[in-house]
Design a protein around this ligand. Structure first.
Ligand SMILES: C[S@@+](CC[C@H](N)C(=O)[O-])C[C@H]1O[C@@H](n2cnc3c(N)ncnc32)[C@H](O)[C@@H]1O
Length: 316
């Protein structure tokens, strides 16, 4: 059964997992999720070992922390932060309680109740000198849960910069956390914070049984593209790296967007044609929100490219 990541990561693959995992082997020895983001893909594959790589240290540290710490300790620490910053806790006290008390105004959810505490928590988190302590990870998780769209986002200075959101530590967030922590006990997970061009990553993928890549897309924009964003050089480097492992018969799958209404990723298109890799179209049904409507209007065609014996791998 597929689980949702406790991180509501922009561009996460949850909705299309059934479509992309069918190009993966049924079971892998060492599966590498090279641009893991919220770990949605890596945490939903059947493997002896999954190596999750991303160059965002905050995200990797948080994923590792939420996977490896005792769940009771995590929850009691979150509860302590909720209390200290006077935040709502609808999983424990019910949403109705806050509504009856007049804190839910219009369609702003719990925003009014949490505004003051959230901004104080954000200020205190951004002031921390060491962002890789248990305390920092708990503060970051809590910030995310109370932030706009439950999202996680930093400015170029590394400060968490989202405004307060409408929701809180509710049943949904609670259940995602438990499912993720439980899943972490079923498989061996390794979390690596590194740029994909490093020697370390090169060594890892050379020993992998399957490599999945979901990099930022060259012809679309996303938050992780903002600071020191994705560019043609990085794209070139990645494509060369994948051809190299494919030649060594290590299968790979690459998620991407080949065309939008206005642009074509020519680099990607010629690489696919030159190497005769297989392209599979992903059917992404965007629903009604304005963000999604924007995407629909752009007519992006999401694809998954497979190579290096990946097709045979999916039949195993
Ligand atoms: C499209 S997102 C991945 C989303 C992920 N598949 C999920 O389901 O949540 C791309 C990720 O690539 C990471 N990234 C960007 N540049 C990178 C680089 N040079 N090396 C490693 N990771 C990078 C970003 O931090 C981001 O998390």
């Amino acid at each position: 059964m597929f689980i949702k990541s406790p991180l509501n990561y922009t561009g996460n693959k949850y909705r299309i997992l059934p479509q992309i995992t069918k190009y993966f082997p049924k079971h892998t020895k060492v599966f590498v999720d090279m641009f893991c983001g919220g770990a949605t893909v890596g945490f939903n594959v059947d493997a002896d070992k999954v190596i999750l790589i991303d160059n965002n240290p905050r995200v990797i540290n948080l994923l590792k922390f939420l996977a490896e710490k005792d769940i009771h300790v995590i929850i009691s620490k979150i509860e302590k932060v909720i209390k200290e910053y006077n935040l709502s806790y609808s999983y424990k006290y019910t949403y109705k309680k806050y509504r009856d008390e007049g804190y839910v105004v219009g369609n702003n959810g719990l925003k009014k109740y949490n505004e003051k505490g959230f901004y104080k928590l954000r200020e205190d988190y951004n002031k921390l000198l060491n962002k890789n302590t248990d305390k920092a990870n708990i503060m970051l998780y809590t910030l995310m849960v109370y932030a706009f769209n439950n999202d996680i986002r930093f400015n170029s200075m590394g400060d968490f910069n989202l405004p307060v959101g409408k929701t809180d530590f509710n049943k949904n967030n609670y259940n995602k956390l438990i499912a993720y922590n439980n899943r972490a006990k079923e498989t061996k997970y390794e979390f690596i914070c590194s740029d994909f061009r490093s020697k370390k990553v090169s060594n890892i993928i050379n020993k992998a049984s399957f490599v999945y890549c979901d990099p930022p897309y060259l012809i679309t924009t996303a938050v992780y593209n903002e600071n020191d964003g994705w560019n043609c050089d990085k794209e070139e480097h990645l494509l060369k790296l994948l051809s190299k492992i494919a030649k060594r018969n290590i299968p790979f799958a690459l998620s991407n967007v080949l065309k939008t209404k206005l642009k074509t990723n020519i680099q990607l298109e010629s690489w696919i044609n030159e190497n005769n890799y297989d392209v599979h179209k992903i059917n992404y049904h965007y629903k009604s929100s304005s963000y999604n409507k924007k995407n629909r209007d752009r007519e992006e065609q999401e694809i998954i490219v497979t190579g290096g014996a990946a097709d045979e791998a999916s039949d195993k």
